[in-house]
Design a protein around this ligand. Structure first.
Ligand SMILES: O=C(O)C1=C[C@@H](OP(=O)(O)O)[C@@H](O)[C@H](O)C1
Ligand SMILES: C=C(OP(=O)(O)O)C(=O)O
Length: 429
């Protein structure tokens, strides 16, 4: 069950063509905030330029965490990471490499349940000999004490690649901090196959934009140089959020702004996947503005290794396609803000479709006709809430959704964008 009991009714009839706009990308903004902090670009102009009501909650969490780390030396600093996996993991490493600080991190029960052990072990193995300590509550708080001098430990973090790419991304951002302080190369060594690899590449892209030099060999990423860039990079719109909006725009005949093709975000894969089913994305006049046309001709196939956060959105699309679809490498979805694999299956069932899980492969079969209406509990998971709403728009079937507020995490303006496209939203008893 969602922790929220608020219920809304989404009536998707009466859509009108409107321009739709995603928020800033939380994954990009988190990386840019850390690098702005490390390189002297603080406050980060491109985050300051966003309106506060549209700023994803996870970006606010990361910003608060960095502000706590920037305070003059003193007592232990408390940072509430709420539901943010990437903010929590990124801040844990940044705390560990900020000389002499003591930080107490807390979060939601669900965040406490998600796997963090490999990151903690990696930090302890590398920095423990210099005096780093990390004490876990049950699960909160997580209290970290950073060493004052790391210059004599071996400059390498070792971490498994399974479960989350965020461990490696967090450690690589830690390498940037350590490089700047010690002027010696620091590395992350990834053991085994890396999941969600595109997000580590996103981290690399941001390090390079901020002027860091990186060396990559096999599974070793090394930060080995830094030259200040000519200007502070700006932030793109969020491709995960664009996934929902492109599908809504297809139905409403509207357009979608801020679709920056230069973004390194893995969820830009939505463009290829939309084309794969037979739809077309076409430029809509203004720069970085698209519309979606055509009729779907077939099912889709997508992998959780490439674009884990798109799989819920794609499951919604799969429900209105003329043939079955396949999602592969779906196990990672169990480790997100909810058990998203179960959430996707619950949504498909609520909509009248069927899903069949064979190991890491989920086969989805749409129903012969949409239901008269359907119900869903977001489980407090922003992507399940936005996916259910997208399916309502795609199918024309009204939705009763429990727990709509969780969209704040990545897309606070989501419900306003849906209203813009003509969907009606009311409280439901
Ligand atoms: O690094 C990041 O910003 C993210 C990495 C991915 O997580 P995993 O690497 O845990 O799959 C993704 O699902 C998450 O939304 C954001
Ligand atoms: C999994 C997600 O985020 P995080 O891991 O940062 O909580 C997400 O936004 O889908």
């Amino acid at each position: 069950m969602s922790t929220s009991t608020r219920r809304i009714l989404l009536d998707p009839t009466g859509l009108t063509p409107s321009p739709l706009s995603p928020p800033v990308s939380k994954s990009d903004a988190q990386r840019a905030l850390v690098l702005g902090h490390l390189t002297g670009a603080w406050p980060l102009p491109s985050v300051q330029a966003e309106s506060d009501e549209d700023l994803p909650a996870d970006v606010r969490v990361l910003r608060r965490g960095v502000e706590a780390l920037r305070l003059p030396p003193g007592p232990v600093r408390d940072v509430d990471c709420a539901d943010g996996g990437a903010p929590f993991r990124i801040l844990a490493t940044q705390a560990a490499v900020t000389p002499g600080v003591r930080v107490r991190l807390t979060g939601t029960p669900r965040l406490g349940e998600r796997p963090h052990g490999p990151l903690f072990t990696s930090l302890k193995d590398a920095l423990g000999p210099a005096g780093f300590t990390l004490v876990e509550g049950k699960p909160w708080p997580v209290e970290l004490t950073a060493p004052t001098d790391t210059s004599r430990v071996a400059p390498v973090f070792r971490v498994p690649g399974s479960q989350s790419s965020q461990y490696a991304s967090s450690l690589l951002l830690g390498c940037a901090a350590l490089y700047l302080r010690e002027r010696r190369a620091w590395s992350v060594e990834i053991e085994g196959t890396l999941t969600s690899a595109g997000y580590l590449e996103l981290t690399v892209a941001w390090l390079e934009r901020f002027g860091f030099e990186l060396q990559k060999s096999a599974a070793r990423y090394t930060v080995s140089g830094y030259t200040p860039p000519p200007s502070v990079p700006s932030l793109p719109g969020d491709w995960s959020s664009l996934g929902y909006l492109l599908l809504v725009a297809w139905k409403s005949g509207g357009t979608v702004e801020r679709a920056d093709p230069a973004s390194a975000h893995p969820d830009q894969a939505i463009l290829r996947l939309i084309e794969q089913v037979g739809l077309r994305t076409v430029p809509a006049g203004q720069p970085h503005t698209l519309k979606v046309t055509g009729r779907p001709e077939q099912g889709l196939r997508a992998s959780g290794k490439e674009c884990p956060d798109l799989l819920p959105t794609l499951a919604a699309l799969a429900c209105v396609l003329p043939a079955p679809s396949t999602l592969t490498d779906v196990g990672i979805l169990r480790l997100k803000e909810s058990d998203r694999l179960e959430g996707i299956r619950a949504l498909i069932a609520a909509y009248g479709g069927t899903s069949d899980l064979q190991g890491e492969i989920l086969h989805l079969t749409p129903p012969a006709a949409p239901p008269a209406r359907f119900e869903m509990d977001s489980q407090g998971d922003h992507r399940l809430a936005m996916t259910a709403a997208t399916l309502s728009v795609l199918s024309g079937a009204p939705l009763v959704l429990t727990g709509p507020e969780c969209v704040e995490k990545s897309f606070p303006g989501f419900w306003r964008q849906l209203q813009r496209s003509g969907a009606r939203i009311s409280e439901s008893p």
